[in-house]
Design a protein around this ligand. Structure first.
Ligand code: GLA
Length: 393
């Protein structure tokens, strides 16, 4: 068991005086394919070695309690009617999941639950998806409901839409639950068919650079981007009735009807259509071991996200620009929803120290903020933690 798992187990024993079932659920990275998930496109995420851990057991009374280690706060849950609450906000991710179980007619017994982990919040590593997915998985196990994983994923996404208010795509929840050690997931977000591609980075590693900023626009702008894409679809649909999402569109179609598009909507659509295509090419690069071609595409993605899709920010742009000074960096781009969080970088292992030292000091000079870096490993998706520390899926 890792230290977080033992901590959650110990806290649970102390608070509730019995043995919990332990479930871990990881955060995610995304190599390429940003904002394509809700446009029915492709993404290439992977689950990482940062996780949230749940300890859960049946309650001996009719009361259900959830305790957050991070906030050192407990919340008594009405399991028959888990409505959204104004305070505390953290509990809504769990209440939304529970609501889905109740609404779908599953029998959930009263429970006690403790959770906590090491996924930094606001860093774009999907801590909220990990919480939703881990809790859904834990409820499913505890009550032996046999809800299939794909269903748990959509239940978790529902919680994000309706209890957290972000109309996210499926990528984060899918990656958290379905991740596989040493592999990226190449996911078709339309059909949810996916394959695992071994991540062989030769003498390169994945470094995340955390800007430590999260601009407040993030949720509202996310939903706005979704609407702008839908607006683009409705313009194209008039000419091409088969276009159900930007997945079905081409740049030729867009160019032909450019005059009908508000400039912003045109730019949003152009980025998405190019990015969907780029993921497919990038996945071929990765499989062929052509890391330098893959890295170039990461830079192209960043350019599109910054200039056409406009979800970057000066801090992210700065880090990506600085990375270009290093031959040892194959690719760098903002990752996730945007407006802060991390950049993802493919860096030669023997140059990591030089690279991170340089970025830290340049970033501090420019923004007076201490940047943090994470060297991430690719791990398995949500799973039960056996007492011996062996995990099963
Ligand atoms: C957030 C959302 C995802 C996805 C990314 C951008 O992480 O939760 O569904 O849209 O942004 O790729």
């Amino acid at each position: 068991m890792d230290p977080i798992e033992s901590d959650i187990q110990a806290t649970f024993r102390k608070l509730f005086h019995n043995e919990p079932l332990l479930v871990r659920s990881p955060g995610r990275i995304n190599l390429i394919g940003e904002h394509t998930d809700y446009n029915d496109g492709f993404v290439m995420p992977a689950a990482i070695d940062k996780e949230v851990v749940f300890g859960i057991a049946p309650s001996e009374t009719s009361t259900s309690v959830i305790y957050s280690v991070k906030y050192n706060e407990r919340f008594v849950v009405d399991i028959k009617n888990p409505v959204k609450t104004d305070k505390p906000k953290w509990v809504n991710y769990l209440l939304g999941v529970l609501y889905q179980f109740v609404q779908q007619g599953h029998q959930v017994k009263p429970f006690n639950c403790v959770f906590g982990g090491d996924i930094p919040i606001g860093a774009g590593l999907s801590s909220s998806a990990a919480v939703e997915c881990g809790f859904a998985f834990a409820l499913n196990e505890l009550n032996q409901l046999n809800v299939p994983k794909v269903k748990l994923i959509t239940m978790a996404q529902w919680a994000e839409h309706n209890y957290a208010g972000v109309k996210c795509g499926i990528m984060d929840q899918f990656a958290s639950v379905m991740g596989k050690e040493g592999h990226v997931i190449v996911l078709d977000c339309r059909s949810l068919t996916h394959r695992y591609s071994p991540i062989d980075l030769q003498d390169y590693v994945i470094i995340l650079c955390d800007t430590k900023v999260k601009h407040s626009l993030v949720d509202s702008e996310y939903n706005t981007r979704r609407n702008e894409c839908e607006q683009g679809v409705s313009i194209l649909k008039k000419h091409y009735p088969f276009v159900k999402s930007l997945r079905d569109a081409t740049t030729d179609m867009l160019e032909k009807h450019r005059d009908e598009f508000p400039a912003k909507v045109y730019n949003r659509c152009l980025y998405i259509i190019q990015e969907i295509q780029r993921v497919q090419e990038a996945s071929a690069d990765l499989e062929a071991g052509d890391l330098s071609a893959f890295g170039k595409k990461m830079y192209e993605t960043h350019y599109g996200l910054s200039k056409l899709y406009e979800v970057s920010c000066k801090e992210l742009d700065f880090l990506v620009d600085e990375s270009k000074k290093f031959d040892a960096v194959l690719g760098s781009r903002m990752m996730g929803g945007g407006f802060g969080g991390c950049t993802i970088n493919i860096v030669r292992d023997n140059a990591v120290e030089e690279f991170t030292n340089h970025l830290k000091s340049a970033y501090k000079k420019a923004f007076s903020i201490d940047m943090v870096t994470y060297k991430v490993k690719v791990r398995a998706g949500t799973s039960v933690v056996l007492p011996s520390g062996v995990t099963v899926r």
